[in-house]
Structure formats: structure tokens, C-alpha cells
Design a protein around this ligand. Structure first.
Ligand SMILES: [Zn+2]
Length: 137
């Protein structure tokens, strides 16, 4: 779909194998806010054939692992909406386990911003690639 941001070429992906990509979210509401994106235009996970969904889940698993490791956060908050962009993507917010629900909601709403150090994305990119190279994660 021509007007869909995720059907357009994705630059600076943290991971992209042509079926699933991982991209940093530009709002930087929290260090490591990223999205796992299906490269096929579907709205819901259940629109994907099972094998494609399992691959999506494997990439999401690797991305979460890499983001938690890179940030030192203990908790991954996940969000799938599709209201603004009805193309399957899952947000991952690495957060401290000590955050309250209200503090997490501020992050989800993009009302806060966290600085991201130079080289952070490259570190995540290397970690995801390493995990996807392994047979078992
Ligand atoms: Zn799309």
C-alpha cells in the first residue's frame, strides 16, 4: 500500500530479513523504544500464515532480549495498536521494573523523552544479528 509508512522502504533498521524488521521509534520516549514490523501488509498477527507468525515471534523474542540487554531495563512493555498505522507492528518499551503504571503510560503516550547515546542503535543491531544467527535463543 503506497500510503503506508511500513510498506515504504525502511532506512536504518536494527534488523531486516525481508519478512520482519526491527526499527527504532523516533519518539525516543524511552531508550530502546523499538518496533517489530511485518514486511507484509497485514493488520493482525492472525492474518499471517502460522510459519510467518512464528518467524515474527522469533524476531520479537530476539529484539526484546537485545533491547533489555542494551538498556539494562528489567521489563519489556509490549503494545500493538494499529490505529494510526494499520500494518502489523509491535512496540517494545524497555522500562525499569520500578516504574508505576502512570509512568509507563507517559512513555506510551510519548510525553517523555530519553537521551540515547551515540552508538546505541549499532549495539542493538549487533545483538539482534547475533541472536538471530543462533539456532536457539
Ligand atoms: Zn503497510
Amino acid at each position: 500500500m503506497a500510503d503506508c509508512v511500513f510498506c515504504s522502504p525502511i532506512d536504518h533498521a536494527l534488523y531486516d530479513d525481508g519478512r520482519v524488521a526491527v526499527v527504532s521509534h523516533e519518539d525516543r520516549a524511552v531508550r530502546g523504544h523499538a518496533m517489530v514490523v511485518a514486511r507484509r501488509h497485514v493488520e493482525n498477527a492472525s492474518d499471517l500464515p502460522t510459519q510467518e507468525w512464528l518467524h515474527f515471534a522469533r524476531v520479537q523474542h530476539a529484539a526484546e532480549h537485545a533491547l533489555l540487554e542494551a538498556t539494562g531495563a528489567e521489563r519489556a512493555v509490549l503494545l500493538k495498536l494499529g490505529i494510526q498505522t494499520p500494518h502489523l507492528h509491535v512496540h517494545i518499551y524497555p522500562v525499569r521494573a520500578s516504574l508505576t503504571r502512570a509512568e509507563v503510560q507517559e512513555i506510551i503516550d510519548g510525553r517523555v523523552r530519553e537521551d540515547v547515546e551515540y552508538g546505541f542503535d549499532e549495539g542493538v543491531r549487533v545483538r539482534i544479528a547475533g541472536l538471530m544467527d543462533q539456532r536457539q535463543i
